[in-house]
Design a protein around this ligand. Sequence first.
Ligand SMILES: NC(=O)c1ccc[n+]([C@@H]2O[C@H](COP(=O)([O-])OP(=O)(O)OC[C@H]3O[C@@H](n4cnc5c(N)ncnc54)[C@H](OP(=O)(O)O)[C@@H]3O)[C@@H](O)[C@H]2O)c1
Length: 174
Amino acid sequence: MSKPEIIGIIAATDQAGGLGKGGVIPWRNPEDMQMFKRTTQNSILIMGKKTYDELNSYKRDPFQPLLSNRLSIVVSTTMAKEGLYNASLISNINDAYGLAVYLAMPRGYNIFFIGGKQIFKEAVPYVNRVFLNTVRGKFDCDVNFPFEILENFTHDRSYDLENLVCSEYIKKVV
Ligand SMILES: NC(=O)c1ccc[n+]([C@@H]2O[C@H](COP(=O)([O-])OP(=O)(O)OC[C@H]3O[C@@H](n4cnc5c(N)ncnc54)[C@H](OP(=O)(O)O)[C@@H]3O)[C@@H](O)[C@H]2O)c1
């Protein structure tokens, strides 16, 4: 059993660097959704409470996984375990990462920190890659991607899709 090959941050912003507005992602970009789904298949996902709340609000059946073929861990100091069936709840990011490694290794899964802003900042010590997509347009967001974290990474490649630019970064070796 080896450590996960990819331990990544995955995010999408608008052309102004926005991540979200009013607790939701204010655009619908099928290319980004497909890319997110493809990249995170068979992975462990770590997210903050607000991101969990958004994803969970789209679920009708609380017993179904939050996202198919993926295991979810939500980091929060205030959430109650009762009634939480589609994610594991952990109160700090270090223990969340430990659980993610424990779950990922026997399965050969990767690990992704999927947001929001606070989690992206805190994830830097753990990750080896950043997958950062840019969608067309500006959506007057109230939460922006913390671009300063990219100082810790080297740009690897970017490619254009019709309505999306995908960029990948690799952690600098220090
Ligand atoms: N465009 C994208 O790729 C993308 C992805 C994800 C989310 N979003 C958007 O981003 C926004 C939410 O981001 P956000 O930064 O405001 O919130 P967030 O990171 O999703 O959640 C923040 C909450 O998570 C918990 N948390 C975070 N770090 C923690 C830690 N180290 N230990 C314990 N708990 C921790 C805290 O909850 P407690 O207060 O309960 O302790 C905190 O209030 C939404 O608009 C969402 O739609 C966008």
